[in-house]
Design a protein. Sequence first.
Length: 282
Amino acid sequence: MKQLCGKAIKFIVITLTLLSCGATSNLWAAKLAIVIDDIGYRNKDDDQIYAMPKEISVAIIPAAPYAKQRNELAKQQDRDILIHMPMQPVGGQKIETGGLKLGLTEEEVKRRVETAHHIVSHAIGMNNHMGSAATADRTLMSYLMKSLKQKQLSFLDSRTSGRSIASQTAKQFGIHSLERHIFLDDSDAFTDVQHQFQKAINYAQKHGVAIVIGHPRKNTIAVLQTGLKNLPKDVELVPISQLWQQNKATAPLPFIYLFNNVPAPTSIAPYLSVPTLRGIPE
């Protein structure tokens, strides 16, 4: 009997150790999701993005000359695909054919979304290309989200404007919605992109999640090629769909909460330090 008890205890210890290791590499790791916009224009640059880990998501502009080919290749790689939908900016710059502009009727928005989805047929969601004016317009965003709801597509707000109500409107329609945290390459200078990539790592480590947007540019590609090989062990590269499935970008619950939703003693004021317990507030 003692031998059986001993073996049972040993088995439990080994099992808990393995579970603990798994939790460290998955549950505890900060999540870093990277979306590369403007895919479909330049084959050489796009090829370098597609050579990166499949966790890198791609946002394809429907009007781009190689949009259909990039859509199919990303599907073959089991890579997350977004429709990178051109939307009207405040500055009045021209946008690609089929983009969304203020004043469109609900039927016209629906038609343009359907056309874009026909081209980027394997997309699981959409994000905006430009759109500082469009994403701040409640009527246009309501039309858009209604169409996305019918297509069962999620939405990522690129946050090209602080006045954007896109994500808020998406949630009102029951659509899985997220917002971008960091732009990698507002400045194309190599050192600036490096700085932004490190900022994304720091943001993920602090908040548990970082959603990053970049573009298929020389310096962005160089920074990602090096940076992804040297990710900190506490940061995990994930596809954007993993965060959409959670409906919102939030850090995972502390380990002690996985089995009991009653607050740990160390999480209740005056926050007494108990060395044998994890989750001691700082």
